[in-house]
Design a protein around this ligand. Structure first.
Ligand SMILES: [Cu+2]
Length: 691
């Protein structure tokens, strides 16, 4: 029953390639994990639509969206929660960002052409899907080729290339695998490059060029009931803009090692293990594309590094009419950052006459999580499936001593003398009931209690800075060593009605979040000037609906639509403003698709309403700006002249309108500049070959 639902959800979520999946299973450049998905989960895969960024796919996922701070800097958002509130796995790793301002969110690690699938847990994420899943859980899997089907050695692979006009961007990628039925070796590489994108009338949006190279390699083994894999992915992002942040990316460099082993013992017994290690370096600067390092503005750069690793272990055994999984997860991460300011300007404050000042805001910062869970899923009656889960997590955090120039001496001493070790103990619980009410109607009811400990930025920013996980709101923040962890109480109610040619599936949700962490004007912050917020625990609630629907007129024509609404409110506000920060306005999508043997054409409409429900702070300082609504029309086409060869082309923003995404930040991290404008008309063409 729910498998039907899953595939329908896929069809509407990414109608172009995914209808293709439903109807032309042979299209090999689309990978969707069907079997691994529980009800209500679905995968999306990049297609021939010319998207360079895996995060862009989220715009097509019901309930999901992207906080975009740059062309390669897309931060996942789901039902109003974003960033570190969402658990993201890249292959088997809970990847850590090297940028304290999330310039390299996990979804940027693998570019779209090398992404095999992106799976989003809808509704209340099961506890087995990760340690901190308060805002949801997502999983990106890179392409890895395939094992041979019979005896002998087979090769497989993908070659793809594309061009998009709006930023004169191009990409090329190649994946090759050689395998027999037991062993597989693969290697891939990709390169993407583009200039500043055009807004309307050939105006350009500064600081939006990008340059990224990625390579991956790995080996996998399978025999009988055993599977083993070891994978390495290396990301080398060069000069790339992040227009909503104060600096741009000079580089993000480094890699992720991941090894996994699973053993299917039969009769419902299964073992799964994973281990990862990650090390990355990052440099950002305001002198790369902007006026840092001139007489107008000091040159500011920041050098950061991360080292992380983790282990997962899960064992499943049959119990009653279902399976019981017990598991252990743990990971450690270590972060450092040094900011260097060169006094090239006179008016700017800071050091003078070319003198240099260093701030070391994050020194040997440690965030370690130890967690174990148990989850049972099975049938409790005819047509009734229950999932019950519980997870305990212990988070340990610490930070080394900070340093900075003399004016910060007071804050430095206070921080260095404080006890910076913190422990958080959290219990997550989920209960989800699926009821196949009839052939045509499924109902799902879920309850959850989910937690997350503060991020290291929320806990350890001793002086006001903007390195706050990509909030991009034009404010700077200071931390609070006394922050509590967030606890959300979640309720989810989903209906899925479908017959042979139509479906409609609304999902309603309500979340109450105790100790929700957000910036506030406090006495401590106010004392130190404008646009400074302090991370504070508040009470919040988020509620809304995401809906998808579709209808097939005949074998060739189909119509799909989606609608997303979320409201984020503060409970017991100290000002008369109740809204939460960075909540997407009401939005929707419609698509009319025509398909015939090897051909596909689609017209897509995207609708965003005004967003007037914006956060306001005490004294009205640092308030979020409202955003006007907009509509876009996109045209897409795809043609498969030979099996495996796919030509894609399309025009995005056909009418070349100038519009602003509410989830985008402000130009150069300054509200006075207004929001970063979205791209104008884009004509793209892609070519791919799968063998
Ligand atoms: Cu950065």
């Amino acid at each position: 029953m729910f498998k039907t639902k899953t595939s329908l959800a896929i069809a509407s979520a990414l109608a172009i390639p995914l209808t293709a999946i439903a109807e032309h299973e042979q299209l090999p450049n689309i990978v969707v994990e069907g079997s691994a998905m529980r009800a209500g989960t679905f995968g999306t895969a990049p297609d021939s639509s010319g998207l360079k960024d895996t995060a862009s796919l989220l715009k097509r996922v019901p309930g999901a969206n992207v906080n975009r701070n740059g062309p390669l800097t897309g931060i996942a958002s789901y039902r109003g929660m974003f960033g570190n509130r969402i658990n993201i796995f890249v292959d088997g790793a809970n990847m850590k960002e090297v940028g304290p301002n999330s310039m390299d969110p996990p979804l940027s690690h693998i570019p779209a052409p090398l992404t095999g699938s992106l799976t989003v847990q809808r509704g209340i994420a099961p506890v087995s899907s990760g340690i901190e899943t308060i805002g949801g859980s997502m999983h990106v899997e890179s392409k890895k080729g395939r094992f041979a089907e019979g005896d002998g050695i087979e090769t497989s692979g993908v070659a793809s290339m594309g061009y998009s006009s709006v930023e004169d961007g191009h990409y090329g990628s190649l994946l090759g695998a050689v395998a027999n039925e037991n062993h597989k070796l693969y290697l891939s590489g990709s390169k993407e490059q583009g200039r500043d994108y055009k807004i309307r009338n050939n105006q350009k949006q500064d600081n939006t060029r990008y340059d990224r190279e990625v390579f991956t390699t790995g080996y996998a083994y399978q025999r009988d009931d055993h599977e083993f894999g070891i994978n390495y992915s290396n990301n080398n992002t060069g000069h790339t803009g992040t227009p909503a942040l104060p600096m741009d990316i000079v580089y993000v460099k480094g890699g992720l090692y991941d090894a996994n082993y699973s053993w299917n013992l039969g009769d419902g017994y299964k073992l799964k293990t994973n281990i990862f290690y990650q090390k990355m370096r990052h440099l950002m600067s305001n002198a790369l594309f902007r006026n840092g390092g001139t007489a107008d503005r000091d040159q500011i750069s920041s050098r950061t590094r991360v080292e992380a690793g983790g282990v997962d272990f899960a064992f499943t055994m049959p119990l009653f009419n279902g399976g019981l999984t017990v598991g252990v997860n743990g990971d450690n991460s270590n972060h450092d950052a040094v900011i260097t300011r060169v006094g090239t300007s006179v008016s700017d404050g800071g050091p003078q006459g070319g003198m240099t000042a260093n701030i070391n805001p994050f020194n040997d910062v440690e965030r370690d999580r130890y967690s174990f869970f148990t989850e049972w899923e099975g049938s409790v009656a005819e047509d009734l499936t229950l999932e019950l889960g519980a997870r305990y997590t212990h988070t340990w955090m610490n930070a080394g001593e900070v340093s900075g120039p003399p004016p910060m001496a007071g804050a430095i001493t206070a921080f260095n003398e404080a006890d910076r070790k913190r422990n958080f103990n959290e219990v997550d619980v989920t209960a989800v009931l699926y009821y196949a009410m009839s052939e045509e109607l499924d109902v799902e009811v879920g309850f959850g209690r989910k937690n997350r400990a503060p991020t290291y930025q929320e806990l350890y920013l001793f002086t006001n800075l903007s390195s706050v996980g990509g909030l991009a709101d034009g404010n700077t923040y200071i931390s609070d060593l006394g922050l509590e962890h967030e606890t959300a109480y979640q309720f989810d109610l989903a209906f899925d009605w479908h017959n042979d040619n139509a479906y409609i599936a609304p999902r309603f949700f309500y979340h109450y979040v105790d100790d929700y962490i957000q910036g506030e004007r406090t006495a401590r912050a106010q004392a130190r000037g404008n646009n400074i917020l302090e991370f504070t625990n508040i009470q919040a609630q988020l509620f809304g609906v995401d809906l998808e629907a579709g209808y097939s007129f005949n074998d060739n024509w189909r119509f799909d639509a989606g609608l997303n609404y979320v409201r984020g409110l503060r409970v017991n506000s100290s000002t008369d403003d109740n809204d939460l920060y960075r909540i997407a306005p009401l939005n929707g999508r419609t698509q009319l698709t025509y398909e015939q043997s090897g051909w596909m054409g689609a017209i897509e409409g995207v609708f965003y309403a005004d967003q007037g429900d914006v956060i306001g702070y005490r004294d009205g300082i640092g308030n979020e700006l409202k955003t006007k609504g907009y509509m876009l029309m996109n045209l897409r086409g795809k043609y498969e002249p030979y099996p495996g060869v796919v030509i894609g082309t399309g025009i995005e923003n056909v009418l070349d309108t100038k519009h602003f995404d509410h989830l985008g930040g402000y130009t150069n991290h300054n509200r006075e500049n207004g929001r970063v404008a979205m791209p104008g008309r884009n004509i793209y063409a892609t070519l791919s070959y799968n063998w």
